[in-house]
Structure formats: C-alpha cells, structure tokens
Design a protein around this ligand. Structure first.
Ligand code: ZN
Length: 237
C-alpha cells in the first residue's frame, strides 16, 4: 500500500485533533495567563529583542552566535511551554521573531540546520523544537532547511544545571555529519544558547566534513552580552 495517502490522512487527523483540543482547551498566553491567545501582544512587546552577534575566533569551529532575544520573562516562559508542554503552535510566533531579527545580523547562509535531538528524546517529546523553528525561519527567508545531515548519535544529559566545562564534555562528539556539506555556509538553529557548547559541538562535526562556515542563530540568548540590556531575571531553564 502506498504510504503517502496514509500520511496525508494522519496529518489531517492531527490537525483536526488539534483544532478540537484548541476548542476544548483554548491556548493560554505563557507570559500573563490571558486565555485564547498563544502569546499576547502585550507579552510580545515585553520580549527584549537583542539581535546580538557574538563573534568567535579559531580554534572555535563556530564563527559566530547570533540571537534574536534575551532569555528572560516572558520569552523564557514561552520557550518552556514550547519545549516541554507540547505547545508546538508557538513555533509560528517564535520563528517570526527570529525572521524579524535576521536582516540585521548579516549572517552568511546557504542552508539552515536545526540542532538535532537524539532519536530517544525525539520519541519522548514527539518533536524537535529547534526543527520547528528552523522550518518557520526557512519559510520566512525562502531558504532551504536540512534536517537529515546532522545527527545526534549519542544520548546526552540535558545541559540544564551544568557548568561550562561540564556542558562541553557532555556534548563532545555527540554529533556526526552524515551528508555532503563541502563548501556550504551553514546556519545552526536552536532555541536557547547558554554557553554555545552544543552549537560548537555541532559545528565541529560540520567543519570536519568540509563546511565552508558554520554560524549559530538562536531564538534566545541566556547569558548577558556586553552592550546589551541586562536580563530581568537569571535564567533557570
Ligand atoms: Zn500575555
């Protein structure tokens, strides 16, 4: 039996099921609790956009980390809900924020690649939040997105609660490149950047495989960057 119609039906059922869920349990703004909106206009206006780029020097394989906004309330709550509470629809407004910041960043890009999840975590969560962001961003920028070439081959602990050295050790050699990237200028897409250890580990795999350049673009930046507004509260995610 051809699998395509079955997949089509499944997609339709999923979308109908979600519409029904929205009707029974309307979305609630993660920032203020207002009912009926994914992320209300007031909370959107409170998100501290930074459009910051941190340049990194060799031996870093990642040449830059850009971020759209500061990891602080109410974006922190929105990302938490997006990531841990199955609220996939937040990908739309969150990717739109990344698309809005993009023109000011000056990143050199041929293709977007989301930071991959290990197959085990993907099964647990049901989706890769970074892939949803990358797809939304790719659509807005009319750029290709590649979700197959970069693989997380090792299941790693969550980076939450680890120091910079522990983070580096936790993700060292966790990623592998399984495709042709020679000469490509790659933008890694992730939800939150804290120290950049995960992005750096991804960049190492891609640079070893011949990528021309690897830069990261994240929705949020957890650490305060010089010259940028200080966060309202210390990140806890
Ligand atoms: Zn709100």
């Amino acid at each position: 039996m051809d699998g395509a119609p079955a997949r089509g039906r499944a997609a339709w059922l999923t979308s109908a099921g979600r519409a029904l869920l929205d009707l029974l349990f309307p979305p609630v703004c993660p920032g203020c609790g207002r009912a009926g909106v994914l992320l209300c206009d007031d909370c959107r206006a409170r998100i501290q956009m930074i459009d910051a780029v941190e340049l990194r020097e060799p031996p870093a394989r990642l040449s830059a980390i850009a971020s759209a906004a500061l990891f602080a309330p109410p974006l922190r709550e929105a990302i938490h809900r997006f990531k841990y509470d199955n609220t996939r629809d937040l990908a739309g407004p969150l990717a739109a924020m990344m698309a809005a910041g993009w023109p000011r960043l000056g990143l050199a890009a041929d293709v977007l690649m989301p930071v991959p999840l290990h197959a085990r975590r993907l099964t647990e969560r049901g989706y890769n939040q970074s892939a949803l962001l990358a797809r939304g961003l790719a659509q807005a920028l009319a750029m290709p997105v590649d979700e197959r070439t970069l693989i997380r081959r090792r299941h790693t602990r969550q980076q939450v609660g680890l120091g910079p050295e522990e983070r580096r050790a936790n993700v060292a050699d966790a990623f592998v490149c399984r495709g042709a990237v020679r000469g490509q200028r790659i933008i890694l897409v992730d939800d939150v950047c804290t120290t950049g250890a995960t992005l750096e580990a991804c960049a190492a795999a891609l640079a070893d495989a011949g990528a021309a350049s690897v830069q990261g673009y994240t929705l949020a930046r957890a650490r305060w960057l010089p010259g940028q507004p200080a966060p309202d509260a210390a990140p806890t995610l």
